[in-house]
Design a protein around this ligand. Structure first.
Ligand SMILES: NC(=O)c1ccc[n+]([C@@H]2O[C@H](COP(=O)([O-])OP(=O)(O)OC[C@H]3O[C@@H](n4cnc5c(N)ncnc54)[C@H](O)[C@@H]3O)[C@@H](O)[C@H]2O)c1
Ligand SMILES: [Zn+2]
Ligand SMILES: [Zn+2]
Length: 368
């Protein structure tokens, strides 16, 4: 079939919205009609090269929609089902899945390779095979994905809102609740208030943190953070350090989640200087692939028992967590509507990414 998709053909290029040929789903795959897709910063990393992926590629990994066809052997979902796409597939059988760490499933190795799990391509354009970001490619009216990436949700779910539960919500919220394991009364710093950081603020509030300090150079972001539960804000980490020291009588924060546009190595040292004894620094933002240095005081790390911890998809288990976040939304315990600053047509995707880079959006959303 034919579908309209946003394809990236090379580094530092614009997304090209064009007609592509989409193959029928093979065994274990599902044909999905997308309702909406979020504009996460990770797809911009394809443009900048911070996430190395072969070109051309259909972008997008934060989406929700409806099943319109299934390949041979698929029994988990059927035509007409409402689904959220998890940006990480999970097999349910590998050693990591068996231990309840489905975000670390062996299938995750495929998400930045391009082709589907069997090594062949479903999208084709201009006579070339086209890969799919995270084996999804949600910047397309239709896509074919592994059933391992599909999470069935209740019929009647507001799929435009649910799209953000495919990445931003679990990544931010989970970084605080699952990875940092923040407890009531603790002090949390969120460094960078975009689509991920704002959900880290929600997670800190949900966990019962006493002080939630949001750090972002953009004033609009700091205002939004307060609307989502931040108790204090700062424009720089230096300002944040003074503030947190005062608030905590010198004990400093219990956790600092790095959700900046890129995880620069210097940020890890800055974050470590904001947390106190047993303080945890959670690296959720994506670093430059070639960057192998962290500048930090190892002396303090030992004497204060500080730690640095990576977080992938907020250490979530998508099949469990995605429906749970929707239930929280339905009960009024999780904000989703307010996450979307502006909606775009697929044709305006480059404008959407420019708005993200200019600090105008918490999250931009493509509505199909
Ligand atoms: N680990 C994961 O599973 C995972 C999943 C999705 C996204 N990510 C990554 O998370 C990061 C954030 O994504 P996003 O979509 O929220 O991006 P975004 O562009 O929407 O937000 C980034 C924010 O960081 C702020 N910022 C920049 N430099 C800063 C600094 N020095 N101090 C404080 N704030 C600063 C910006 O003003 C902006 O508000 C990206 O690197 C993205 O690739 C990781
Ligand atoms: Zn994402
Ligand atoms: Zn697995």
């Amino acid at each position: 079939m034919r579908t309209k998709a946003a394809i990236l053909w090379g580094l530092e290029e614009k997304w090209q919205v064009e007609e592509a040929e989409l193959d029928a789903p093979k065994a274990g795959e599902v044909l999905v009609k997308l309702t909406a897709s979020g504009l996460c910063h990770s797809d911009y990393h394809l443009v900048s090269g911070d996430i190395p992926i072969p070109f051309p590629v259909v972008g997008g990994h934060e989406g929700a929609g409806v099943v319109v066809g299934v390949g041979p052997g698929v029994t988990e979902v059927a035509e007409g089902d409402s689904i959220v796409l998890s940006f990480l597939p999970a097999c349910g059988r590998c050693s990591y899945c068996a231990r309840g760490m489905t975000n670390l499933c062996d299938l995750g190795a495929a998400i930045i390779l391009g082709p589907q799990l069997d090594g062949t391509y479903r999208f084709h354009a201009r006579g070339e095979n086209v890969g799919q970001m995270c084996v999804l490619g949600t910047f397309s009216e239709y896509t074919v994905v592994p059933v391992a990436s599909v999470v069935k949700v209740d019929q009647g779910t507001a799929l435009d809102k649910a799209a953000l539960i495919g990445c931003g919500v679990p990544t931010g919220y989970g970084s605080v609740v699952n990875t940092a394991k923040v407890r009531p009364g603790e002090t949390v710093v969120v460094m960078g208030v975009g689509g991920i950081g704002i959900n880290a603020v929600q997670g800190a509030k949900g966990a019962g943190a006493r002080f939630i300090v949001a750090v972002d150079p953009v004033e609009f972001k700091r205002q939004k953070a307060v609307e989502f539960g931040a108790t204090h804000t700062a424009a720089t980490t230096d300002a944040a350090r003074n503030l947190i020291s005062e608030l905590t009588r010198g004990q400093l924060a219990d956790a600092c989640v790095i959700t900046t546009d890129v995880a620069e190595s210097a940020y890890v040292g800055e974050a470590l200087s904001l947390v106190g004894k047993r303080g945890k620094v959670i690296v959720t933002a994506i670093g430059h692939p070639g960057d192998t240095t962290i500048n930090a005081s190892l002396f303090e790390m030992t004497l204060y028992e500080k730690s640095v911890h990576g977080a992938l998809f907020g250490s979530s288990n998508p099949q469990h967590d995605i429906p749970r976040y929707l239930e929280m939304y339905n009960l009024g315990e999780l904000k989703l509507d307010e996450l979307v600053t502006k909606e775009y047509a697929l044709e305006d995707i480059n404008e959407g990414y420019q708005d993200m880079l200019d600090g105008r959006n918490i999250r931009g959303l493509i509505r199909f």
